[in-house]
Design a protein. Sequence first.
Length: 144
Amino acid sequence: MTDAGTNKHIRHVLTLPNDIETIPQLNEFVDSFAEEAGLDMSVSMSLNLALEEAVVNVMSYAYPAGTKGDVSIEAVAAEGETVFTIRDSGTPFDPTSKEAVDTNLGVEERPIGGLGIHLVRQIMDHVSYSYTEGQNVLTLTKKL
């Protein structure tokens, strides 16, 4: 496991345009954060997957087509957990309001969408959403 958060307080911030071409920068950001926090490679990979899924959804759906906007990601490691806060000024949308995906249903029987937040929920220990001061705020927490 790791000793991240026991005595360290690590904070990284990244702001990206809503362009999925910038996702490699997100991956580097998560890798750098995870390395500084002393996280296992498997934890780092899981966090990367969850963050990529959440951020790509924001980039793809938060802003009307052709509209430029930013996505801000804050990563904090402290007190035995990592907390990622994703903010955007796009259309208010609560991804946590999606019902849990019934993975026992066949692909043809499942409604479209919802697998991304399902994946994020599987990886992270807590996922919450708020709309504060004109911003969507998605908070992803992972205990270490």
